[in-house]
Ligand binder design. Structure first.
Ligand code: HEC
Length: 132
């Protein structure tokens, strides 16, 4: 009987600790995953605008403003990494791509698509090294 009680207490403690550990992990990942989820959502938004042939500067203003602002959250969300200098270089490339899309105000959908491709390439360059 005592062994059974000890076993049950042990099991309950194990479950509790697992839940605590999983919760801690989830919270630790919330910031970086949140940044990436919003980046992906805004990229999708711009992509759909282009598909709908809505390509004036005004059409891109809001999503681009978010993409620019989140450029400031890359290092705070992800550092320290295995290679912080490389991560910051990719982050700077991303910021440059987004800022030039904002500055150049795409004249038409073809120009917007090229600018979006450049941003997307900067996402992929960082993912190639840092996304597991
Ligand atoms: C400077 C580096 C960097 C840049 C730039 C970057 N990402 Fe990421 N991204 C990461 C890392 C690192 C991960 C992996 C996070 C992990 O698995 O811990 C990731 C993961 C993701 C994920 C998957 C998240 C998940 O839930 O698994 C998506 C979606 C994503 N990024 C979208 C984007 C988009 C869209 C862009 C460009 C607009 C972008 N990222 C730019 C570093 C970057």
């Amino acid at each position: 009987m005592q062994t059974l009680i000890a076993l049950l207490i042990g099991l309950a403690a194990g479950v509790l600790l697992t839940v605590i550990a999983m919760n801690t992990l989830r919270k630790a990942n919330a910031y970086p995953f949140g940044v990436m989820a919003v980046l992906a959502a805004q990229m999708g938004h711009i992509d759909r605008q282009i598909e709908a042939r809505a390509c004036t500067a005004a059409d891109f203003e809001a999503p681009l403003a978010t993409l620019v602002a989140l450029g400031n959250d890359l290092e705070p969300a992800f550092l320290p990494t295995a290679d912080d200098a490389a991560f910051s270089r990719y982050a700077a490339d991303y910021r440059l791509a987004v800022e030039s899309m904002l500055a150049a105000e795409p004249a038409d959908c073809a120009a917007a698509e090229r600018a979006l491709d450049a941003v997307s390439a900067s996402c992929q360059a960082c993912h190639a090294q840092f996304k597991g």
